[in-house]
Design a protein around this ligand. Structure first.
Ligand code: UDP
Ligand code: MN
Length: 251
């Protein structure tokens, strides 16, 4: 029996939201035993996401929690100024903790932002995670590929990244998978809005694992299976002109 992969995805409303979610779904459909926990950053669950999930094919849980207004990015505010998806990932963790007791049948938890690019190989790599698996992430940290440093004996002993390589765990959110038992056994481990800028992942991992316990995947961290892509903001300059004509529903 394959360990289930629980994918937690924070998502927020914007013109390209359904396109992003569709790109993810098209990959997840190829991955066996995957359960998608999609968490909307909103006061209410939206019809768009509800209908999208109900359109079929994927085992899912639909949650929502709004980011408090003070913590939302302004329209043209640079993204690094505020953390994103924090309460949504925690809501996913809460859901898992209230639904499972250890031993939670070797399941794995992965945090997948809605705009990245995921390969099917990535999920094969993470599936048999004992504690925490790690692998390279491309297009992040000011470099082509940010990755764990692995010794000849196969132990992680540091990080290769441009940005703040001295972080205890200098990885992006997309660079690790966690055994569900480890999360259920450490109920205090959550993401924090108060982490220093760029330290959200590192602070979280420090609560549950030691560097030498990390399991390097993707051929000892030499292969790229995930890209931290970001989508250009679409030009909506003439959208209002067409409003009166009605438009195809985005549902
Ligand atoms: N996100 C969110 N609320 C927001 C902004 C972002 O839930 O107000 C989600 C977003 O949909 C994505 C994740 O948080 O799944 C990370 O956001 P983003 O991709 O903008 O961050 P970056 O790629 O810059 O780290
Ligand atoms: Mn992103």
């Amino acid at each position: 029996l394959l360990p289930v992969i629980y994918v937690i995805t924070p998502t927020h409303a914007r013109p390209q939201q359904k396109a992003e979610l569709t790109r993810l779904k098209n990959v997840f459909l190829h991955v066996p035993a995957l359960h998608w926990i999609l968490v909307e950053d909103s006061e209410q669950k939206t019809g768009l996401v509800k209908h999208f999930l109900e359109s079929g094919g994927i085992s899912f849980t639909h949650l929502n929690v709004p980011t408090p207004k003070d913590w939302k990015l302004g329209e043209n505010q640079p993204v690094w100024q505020k953390p994103r998806g924090v309460l949504q990932r925690n809501a996913g963790l809460d859901w898992l903790r209230s639904n499972f007791e250890p031993p939670a049948s070797r399941a794995v938890v992965y945090f997948a932002d809605d705009d990245n690019t995921y390969s099917t190989e990535l999920f094969q790599e993470m599936r048999w995670t004992k504690k925490v698996s790690v692998w390279p992430v491309a297009l992040v940290g000011g470099v082509m590929v940010e990755r764990p440093k692995v010794t000849l004996s196969g132990k992680v002993n540091g990080w290769l990244t441009g940005w703040k390589p001295d972080r205890a765990f200098a990885t992006d959110m997309a660079g690790f998978g966690i055994n569900l038992d480890l999360l259920v056994n450490n109920p205090e481990a959550e993401f924090s809005l108060d982490s220093q800028k760029g330290f959200m992942e590192s602070d979280f991992l420090e609560k549950i694992v030691k560097l030498h316990e990390l399991e390097p995947k993707a051929d000892m961290c030499t292969k790229v299976y995930i890209w931290h892509t970001r989508t250009e903001k679409p030009n909506m300059k003439d959208e209002e002109k067409l409003r009166k004509e009605g438009r195809p529903t985005n549902r």
